[in-house]
Design a protein around this ligand. Structure first.
Ligand code: ARG
Ligand code: ZN
Length: 876
């Protein structure tokens, strides 16, 4: 069944209030929902009230406290329809259901994890708890009463402010919560159980004190300290950057170990995958700390962008997600190094979103149809959605952007709105027509901009011809030209910036060139010498750019661009042709030789002490194998790409051995561990050096020494990865892997890393290793983090292992998907998206991949989630 945006209409009934009572029991939880409705003015006076359900059974129904006659309603597992309701007067329905949290392996609705009751209701999980108008445009204040066994569940939590609690019969107690802010059902949450807590307070800008609590399993409290610190910084930042103040007396976070996604922004009661809460110096990497900071911020920022102002329907998901990702990116940029953060964002966008946009699962940031909404929590909606928001800020300038945001918060507080409402705020703030710009929300596919420049010395002009093309995507063949903001600057031969006297043929304000036509030529006047042009600085638009630039020009930008993101881009543009050529040469069995300018530029950056270490580490991290296959586009052979890249690494290592040795010795972080960005940058650079050094003499011994000497998880895990990936058969690797496992056997999050390191060992033998690991007592099929760490990581990030030539990797995945789908469709569908680029493989592998997908498609009893992904993947 397909849901279409065009079919949207408001509900016939308005929900005024929600009063829920839960009598918790692991297998038989009684839920009573008292809902007060009235018929919407102008609605059909005869229309029935139709509520959503999912695997529900009705155990009682009252109308204004009286038993409802059986002929006045029909209840099935997935809906409850009530007839003959009043034409105008408010009425109350009391709906009783009995649910089984223990049996809920989908992790949607109310479920159990490690003895804790918890909920996940976005997008459509609330309908697994009770019959309800389970859609985001139905907003109401909620009262929640929780009754449970007191010994097992000392803690009873829900949204909003705590009203009170007391004993309740034999061995039980109850608690009541009230959330005064009208909210849709997807933001409902309930947690009950026995957990430890860390507490703090935050005083808001208007002087209100908010109680902050982070709940974790007993004994893990110290590992929540960094999350608490990140939360307080987020609250402060949202006040300073966006003028947003928190609006309840209490803000709670609960960490659970079984969770389908990263985290959830339930009003006042965020629920997190514990991976994004728990960290300590012994067990967390710098990447873990950065993720925790970003996700804590993300969920907190949703309080305004998502909760106070929510989505009219699920087609508008990017309204809250794109905007909130943009906000968490800005937060992290302010807390850390802005250019390094931008490089990391763009790397992530290109490796995750660009392939999605170029494959069968491509869809617009604001889609117009879906079969399963869970499959639209994508990197296009999130990350490209964030880039679209960023472009609005680039086009309008920060001051006008903030003015537009203020209009948005004022105008739409308490409402469920659309992307059109959002864009209108910026049109009103700027007086600009954003109709063409809005195509970014509606047209899928990554635009390709082809540019070429020519310099006229007599006229002292530089002409830049630009052409844009938006590729066809499933369901969208004809695309219109987009409004593309290109941050652009010209540099002279000496590296200094050249300011043009004037620009013709394109709007060029604040160093941003507006590309609006399919083709357009901008003429820069008053240019005294041949300039080197830098286009799409800071990645101002999420596009592919084709611009022929000589290695010498790129090397100049790599040294002199004032925008450090653009420096990194220039280094990447220098390295990429080498990697592409190496892959082609490897496929043809030819010798591989690198062009020297690129290696010299890279080594120059690595050794340049005026640059921050984190930047130098990013420069040294060559495009990944999947980046290379994306650039190659078609007929991909993962083995050749791998072999080519290894050969390039070796040549860089040989030439840079002195630099790498020096960096490895110098970039230590002695003393007490600190997760700050500067220390993390030193560790990243040291790790990059160790990677290169593994290509020169005595690799295993050196990496093993680094592993043994490591005083933090970032370096320990990296050394382990180098050992396992580069020397998998060595004694050093085998010893290190077992030492690591034994030392951290009690820490699930570290054991996830242990699985991932092994899942990504390159080569055809990876599959047998993965199979053996699945038989390990440490492997837990029901735990999403563990399944993602082993099966997900193998499928997504081991191109030579998963994509081995005989197709066994694809067949393995097909069987695993079918197995996971029995328990957890969302998880199965997510991991299956690892097949999204199958058409760009060489013909033999593509045929084998298709066969595996077909095997899934033909299986009986697929979930809607997996059916939707497999059919689109095969068809698109
Ligand atoms: N709104 C959450 C976030 O971005 C994601 C929850 C998605 N959950 C799901 N089952 N689709 O923070
Ligand atoms: Zn979000």
């Amino acid at each position: 069944q397909v849901i279409n945006l065009a079919d949207y209409r408001p509900t016939d009934f308005v929900l005024e209030r929600v009063d829920l009572t839960f009598d918790l029991d692991p297998t038989e939880t009684k839920v009573e929902a008292r809902l007060i409705f009235h018929r919407r003015e102008g609605a059909d006076p005869k229309a029935p009230l139709v509520l959503d359900g999912d695997e529900l059974s009705l155990s009682g129904l009252l109308f204004d406290q009286m038993e409802m006659p059986a002929e006045q309603y029909t209840a099935t597992a997935d809906s409850l329809a009530v007839y003959n309701l009043p034409a105008a007067d408010p009425f109350e329905l009391t709906i009783s259901t009995i649910i089984n949290p223990q049996a809920n392996t989908q992790l949607m609705g109310l479920y159990r994890t490690s003895g804790i009751y918890c909920t996940q209701c976005e997008a459509e999980g609330f309908r697994r708890i009770t019959y309800f108008p389970d859609r985001p445009d139905v907003l109401a204040p909620y009262t929640v009463n929780i009754i449970a066994d007191k010994a097992a569940n000392p803690l009873l939590l829900s949204n909003g402010n705590f009203l009170g609690g007391a004993g309740y019969g034999e061995g039980k107690h109850f608690a009541a919560w009230f959330d005064p802010h009208p909210k849709p059902s997807y933001l409902f949450a309930l947690v009950a159980g026995d957990l430890g807590v860390i507490e703090d307070t935050f005083t808001t800008m208007s002087g209100r004190e908010v109680a902050l609590k982070i709940y974790v399993e007993h004994g893990k409290e110290p590992r929540a300290a960094y999350a608490m610190d990140a939360l307080k910084r987020s609250m402060k930042w949202d006040e300073e950057a966006f003028g947003r103040e928190y609006d309840l007396d209490i803000f709670m976070i609960v960490a659970v170990s079984d969770f389908n996604m990263g985290a959830m922004e339930n009003k006042g009661l965020n629920i997190f995958n514990d991976k994004y809460v728990l960290a300590d110096p012994e067990t967390a990497t710098d990447a873990d700390y950065a993720n925790i900071e970003a996700i804590i911020a993300h969920e907190y920022f949703h309080n305004w962008t998502g909760n106070r102002i929510t989505c009219r329907d699920w087609f508008q998901l990017c309204l809250k997600e794109g905007l909130t990702v943009y906000r968490d990116h800005e937060f992290s940029s302010d807390q850390r190094s802005r250019p390094v953060k931008r490089i990391a964002e763009v790397r992530h966008l290109k490796s995750e979103q660009f392939p999605e946009d170029a494959g069968p699962l491509a869809h617009p940031v604001r889609p117009t149809k879906y079969r399963e909404i869970n499959n639209f929590y994508t990197t296009t909606v999130y990350e490209k959605g964030s880039e679209v928001t960023r472009m609005i800020a680039t086009l309008l300038g920060n001051v006008t952007f903030k003015k537009g945001m203020d209009i948005y918060f004022d105008r739409h507080d308490g409402q469920a709105v659309t992307i059109e409402d959002f864009v209108k705020c910026f049109e009103d703030a700027s007086g600009r027509d954003l109709a063409q710009f809005s195509l970014w929300y509606h047209q899928a596919g990554t635009p390709l901009v082809t540019a070429s420049g020519s310099y006229d010395a007599t006229a002292k002009t530089f002409s830049l011809s630009l052409e844009q093309m938006v590729p066809a995507t499933p369901g969208q063949t004809d695309k219109k030209p987009m409004h593309i903001p290109l941050s652009l600057a010209l540099f002279g031969e000496n590296g200094g910036k050249i300011e043009p006297a004037s620009v013709e043929g394109a709007e060029y304000t604040g160093e941003v060139l507006h590309l609006i036509g399919r083709t357009q030529t901008a003429v820069f006047h008053g240019i005294g010498s041949r300039p080197v042009v830098s286009i799409n600085r800071s990645f101002s638009a999420p596009i592919n750019l084709h611009l022929d630039q000589s290695p010498a020009d790129l090397a100049l930008l790599a040294r002199h661009e004032t925008d450090h993101f653009a420096r990194w881009q220039a280094l990447t543009d220098l390295a990429l042709p080498n990697l592409l050529k190496a892959a082609r040469d490897a496929r043809e069995g030819k010798a591989i030789a690198c062009e020297q300018t690129s290696i010299d530029a890279l080594l120059h950056a690595a050794a340049d002490e005026s640059l921050e270490p984190a930047f130098r580490a990013q420069a040294l991290a060559l495009p990944s194998e999947s980046d290379i296959s994306r650039e190659l586009g078609s007929n991909n052979d993962p083995d050749a790409i791998h072999a080519g890249r290894q050969a390039v690494m070796k040549q860089i290592a040989d030439r840079g051995i002195a630099i790498f040795t020096g960096l490895f010795e110098k970039m230590t972080t002695p003393g007490d561990f600190s997760p700050d960005a500067k220390s993390a940058g030193r560790r990243a650079l040291r790790n990059a050096a160790l990677t290169y050094l593994s290509y020169v003499e005595n690799g295993p011994a050196r990496a093993k020494a680094a592993f043994d000497a490591a005083n933090n998880m970032t370096e320990r895990l990296h050394a382990l990865t180098v050992l396992a990936h580069r020397f998998p058969e060595s004694d050093e690797a085998i010893t290190a892997l077992s030492t690591f496992r034994d030392h951290f056997a009690e820490n699930a999050l570290v054991i996830d890393k242990w699985f991932s390191v092994q899942a990504t060992i390159p080569g055809a033998s990876a599959l047998n290793r993965v199979r053996k690991l699945m038989e390990s007592p440490l492997f837990k099929r029901t735990n999403p983090n563990r399944v993602r760490a082993l099966v997900g990581t193998f499928a997504f990030t081991n191109p030579t292992g998963f994509g081995r030539a005989d197709g066994e990797g694809y067949r393995f995945l097909a069987r695993e998907i079918l197995d996971i789908d029995q328990r957890n469709p969302q998880l199965a569908a997510r991991i299956l998206t690892s097949m999204r680029s199958w058409r760009s493989l060489e013909p033999v592998r593509a045929g084998l991949a298709r066969a595996a997908l077909t095997e899934i498609e033909r299986a009986p009893a697929l979930s809607t989630d997996v059916r939707d992904i497999v059919e689109r993947t095969l068809k698109g």
